[in-house]
Design a protein around this ligand. Structure first.
Ligand code: SAM
Length: 341
């Protein structure tokens, strides 16, 4: 039985013994797959190192990889042990060289890591892809250290296979409060006056300070030890893929990449070695059939932390903010149709 929790604790922690129906939805891939559509929108239970060579080349548009960092950590029944830098580099080369052929020529890859692992990923990624950026995510929560600075950030490396790649800037704007409202001829310059305050939709930088890690009161939270936020993955998927594209995650964990891809009308495919995590991924995918909300992404824009009341006000107000340009307006209208429930 699941442990007794407070009613506000939404953490998904269904044990394997109670989640057989979810596990039965997962697939195993032991032979070459000719057409990616045969395994699309599925969770593959297995070891990425043996599954990936069976997947068709140039079949996915976006890869989001959140591998075990070079730390000692237990994932379900498997312990990943911190290793020598050269060994972690070899491990990274193994999986990067395996996923590289899967990516379409116009595709992108994002790789998550902590600061220490980042030194290795940043060095190795460029041997397989063109590195475009290093995003730093201010994670906020982190374990205190007695003789060091608390670790409050993670890096996310962004790379592409060629010079031609998708980047939907207007789809990942951040709505920020205007501190110094500038006017021209008495009218707001690139910002909007609303009942709940003055806002501007700004271009996102490579420093992400608007995302928390999932916590117990959030419906997306599971008992996975290193789960990423849906909001973080939504930024990547919206920027670097289009509806109908295929998003692949070789280290799926609790299923965040697949769940967000589904909510944003992309196809998905993920591989996870632990049965328990596959179960939670499938449970979340089922929840996404009826709930497409992504916390912190409302009305087609990303919002700063602790802005729930403003988000609610924007959802209920028709003219919440004037879009900055026509393309942004169109994108916003499309997403609003889907997310303004
Ligand atoms: C950092 S976690 C990913 C967390 C995920 N982003 C989420 O939001 O839940 C890494 C995951 O990779 C899985 N993993 C490790 N080695 C693997 C392998 N060879 N094949 C498939 N999955 C693996 C681990 O079990 C773990 O769940």
């Amino acid at each position: 039985m699941s442990k007794k929790k407070s009613p506000r604790n939404k953490t998904i922690d269904t044990p394997v013994s109670e989640g057989k129906k979810y596990i039965s939805r997962c697939i195993k891939v032991e032979n070459p797959v000719e057409d990616i559509h045969a395994v699309l929108d599925r969770t593959i239970l297995g070891d990425s190192f043996s599954v990936i060579p069976n997947l068709p080349k140039e079949s996915v548009d976006l890869i989001i990889a959140d591998p075990p960092y070079n730390l000692t950590k237990t994932f379900g029944g498997t312990k990943f042990s911190k290793r020598k830098e050269s060994d972690y580099e070899e491990y990274t080369r193994q999986w990067l060289s395996a996923v590289e052929p899967l990516l379409n020529p116009n595709g992108s890859i994002y790789v998550c890591c902590d600061w220490e692992t980042s030194l290795i990923i940043g060095r190795v990624l460029g041997d397989y892809f063109t590195v475009r950026n290093r995003i730093t995510w201010q994670r906020e929560k982190g374990r205190g250290a007695k003789a060091n600075w608390k670790n409050g950030l993670e890096d996310i490396w962004f790379a592409t296979k060629s010079e031609h790649y998708t980047f939907n800037l207007d789809d990942v704007k951040i709505r920020k409060k205007v501190i110094a409202p500038y006017r021209v001829n008495g009218k707001p310059k690139d910002w909007a006056e609303t009942d709940s305050g003055n806002y501007r939709d700004t271009c996102p930088s490579n420093f992400w300070s608007d995302i928390t890690i999932p916590f117990w009161s959030m419906p997306e939270n599971t008992a996975h030890p290193t789960q990423k936020s849906e909001k973080l993955i939504a930024k990547i998927i919206l920027a670097s893929s289009n509806p109908g594209d295929i998003v692949f995650d070789p280290f799926l964990g609790s299923g965040t990449t697949s769940v967000v891809a589904k909510k944003l009308d992309r196809h998905f495919l993920g591989i996870e070695i632990e049965e328990q995590y596959c179960l939670w991924a499938e449970q979340r995918l089922e929840m996404a059939d009826t709930d497409k909300e992504i916390q912190g992404y409302t009305g087609g824009v990303f919002w700063e932390r602790n802005s729930l009341s403003e988000q609610n006000a924007a959802v209920t107000s028709e003219a919440a903010i004037k879009p900055v340009n026509k393309k942004a307006q169109k994108a916003k209208q499309q997403t609003q149709q889907i997310y303004l429930i």
